[in-house]
Design a protein around this ligand. Sequence first.
Ligand SMILES: NC(=O)c1ccc[n+]([C@@H]2O[C@H](COP(=O)([O-])OP(=O)(O)OC[C@H]3O[C@@H](n4cnc5c(N)ncnc54)[C@H](OP(=O)(O)O)[C@@H]3O)[C@@H](O)[C@H]2O)c1
Length: 179
Amino acid sequence: MLLQLDLEIVKCVDLHILIIGASGCVGTFAVQIAKHFGANVTGVCSTTNLEMVEALGADQVIDYTKKDFIQDGETFDIIFDAVGKTTFSHCHLALKKKGVYLTVDWPILQALWIPLVSSKKLIFGSAVQNKRDLLFLKELVEKRKIKPIIDRTYPLEQTADAHNYVEKGHKRGNVVITI
Ligand SMILES: NC(=O)c1ccc[n+]([C@@H]2O[C@H](COP(=O)([O-])OP(=O)(O)OC[C@H]3O[C@@H](n4cnc5c(N)ncnc54)[C@H](OP(=O)(O)O)[C@@H]3O)[C@@H](O)[C@H]2O)c1
């Protein structure tokens, strides 16, 4: 979803992005891609993942087990909920006037009525929609501008265990099945 906005990000290096779930698979990539474009990134994660998210380049980190990012009264150009734990309604006060709320969730009805009542946007849907974006990501990986974070590796015959672990919802980055 960040990729849909890439041209705008390139033009606006002063963008301030909040990434909720910055320690997950989608989140760890989102932090790195946003930093690649020069955005100011605030990552939201739990205490155990603060250091890792900072090491990925986040300029600020917020521990969601200690406070809600809404409390500070800070506003962001983009809020990306990479784990679908929030709603537009919860986040809209933390968005700038023309701010964009991106989510991995599918709030279809809200996405229809928000443009009618607000200057803010809600965007959802699949992340990479065309070959150009895929090639762009491939290039970033090959040039080591972004790297996958690997939490655990399981052999193929332990795929069920890998799924059980992932479904607990606390992995850091990615889980790999080796074949
Ligand atoms: N991974 C993919 O390839 C992929 C592809 C397409 C769509 N999606 C969708 O994208 C979403 C995210 O997938 P994912 O694989 O990136 O998730 P994930 O890696 O399983 O997310 C787990 C991470 O989320 C953090 N987290 C849990 N609750 C949180 C909260 N309230 N606030 C902030 N962080 C929180 C956890 O940290 P703590 O343990 O510290 O809480 C953990 O590091 C899912 O809806 C998935 O269906 C994923």
